[in-house]
Design a protein around this ligand. Structure first.
Ligand SMILES: *[C@@H]1O[C@H](CO)[C@@H](O)[C@H](O)[C@H]1NC(C)=O
Ligand SMILES: *[C@@H]1O[C@H](CO)[C@@H](O)[C@H](O)[C@H]1NC(C)=O
Length: 171
């Protein structure tokens, strides 16, 4: 795929991007906090900012899951759930949320914007595998921790990456 330099320097107003977001306020907070409210930040830079935020949120969530693995030591069902969740987030041998976001980052650097969309979608799927389970007959664990809220933040932030990647792949 040939990437025209013009697409890399395309500028779309943060307001226009965030109208499509799941949480427009969170979206403009993420994009404006990094761009300082500048109007002329190109899409690749905004995507980079958003991937950085998503990665921070993923790292925070992994640390939170690890703390719940320790706290749930006396509750085998909870403990097994958090161990499984951790595998979906951070596993050195399998694709997981952390490897997905790093892959997304790598593809952005290479200018492979269609791949950025695929990587961000993989993040969402792997987050869902932790929160709602892998198969429909596997009922979601009634998690009372704040892990689902952290996961929600990741999904919202990654949705912004998807919106930006759609603009980047438009001809
Ligand atoms: C997500 O990351 C942003 C930027 O680093 C931070 O301000 C926010 O508190 C994080 N939220 C969670 C739930 O990790
Ligand atoms: C990853 O694979 C290596 C080599 O097969 C193995 O030694 C290691 O235990 C695996 N790590 C995990 C977390 O499964």
């Amino acid at each position: 795929m040939i990437v025209s330099p013009s697409s890399a320097f395309k500028v779309v107003d943060v307001k226009v991007i965030c109208v499509e977001a799941l949480d427009p306020k969170l979206c403009s907070n993420v994009l404006n906090s990094k761009s300082g409210g500048a109007k002329d930040v190109d899409l690749v830079t905004l995507a980079q900012y958003t991937i950085d935020v998503a990665r921070d949120n993923i790292t925070n969530t992994i640390n939170l899951i690890k703390s719940f693995i320790i706290k749930s030591g006396n509750d085998p069902e909870a403990n097994a759930h958090y161990e499984t969740c951790l595998m979906h987030f951070d596993d050195e041998n399998e694709t997981c949320v952390l490897s997905d976001i790093d892959y997304t980052q790598e593809l952005l650097k290479k200018g492979r914007y269609g791949g950025v969309n695929i990587g961000a979608t993989a993040v969402r799927i792997d987050v869902g595998d932790c929160i709602i389970g892998v198969t429909p007959d596997d009922p979601p664990y009634p998690d009372k921790s704040n892990i689902p809220q952290y996961a929600d933040v990741i999904l919202h932030v990654v949705k912004i990456i998807l919106i930006i990647s759609n603009y980047l792949t438009q001809k």
